[in-house]
Ligand binder design. Structure first.
Ligand code: SME
Length: 165
């Protein structure tokens, strides 16, 4: 199966032990289940957050001049449920049509703060026919939390999710 079996690593944290491949297998099932879009994006956020260093996970959809928060999973809600397209790390990922990883948010002037404990962030755009339609935004409470496996893994999720959004 595409995606499953290629990420390998198993991690242990307060949330228990989890491997990217276990998460990938469950994501594949739900993304291709034919369920309603909102049910799928809610599940994807909850499932991604099982990875120990993913503290908060959200999916924003592009709606005209704004990103609108469609689904999220984390310890608390964000006030940023609508973000102007040009703002923040979210905006940078859309402008670049590429993943943006911020190893230390305190050193990036583009960063819009949502949570006091966020130290690093990854934003992966979801493209359809080359245009951004949504994005996956993940915060971590660890500096330098996101490496090449996270980039490849979340980009794989974004690619699989694109056609159903
Ligand atoms: N930090 C984001 C805003 C969204 S919150 O992290 C949920 C940004 O800089 O675009």
């Amino acid at each position: 199966m595409k995606g499953v079996g290629k990420f390998g690593e198993v991690m242990a944290g307060e949330k228990g032990k989890v491997s990217y491949d276990e998460v990938a297998a469950r994501l594949l099932k739900i993304i291709h289940s034919g369920s309603q879009r909102k049910a799928i994006t809610d599940f994807v956020c909850r499932e991604l957050r099982k990875i120990p260093h993913y503290t908060w996970v959200g999916i924003y959809q592009v709606e005209g001049p704004e990103f609108v928060l469609a689904s999220w999973s984390g310890p608390s809600a964000t006030l940023h449920t609508r973000i102007p397209i040009g703002s923040g790390i979210c905006g940078a990922a859309i402008a670049e049509k590429a993943t943006v990883i911020v190893p230390d948010v305190s050193e990036d002037p583009r960063y819009l703060q949502c949570f006091i404990n966020t130290r690093a962030e990854i934003v992966v755009p979801i493209l359809r026919d080359g245009s951004p339609i949504a994005e996956i935004d993940i915060d971590s409470d660890q500096v330098n939390a996101f490496g090449p496996i996270d980039k490849e893994f979340v980009e794989w999720v974004a690619e699989d999710l694109g056609p159903i959004l």
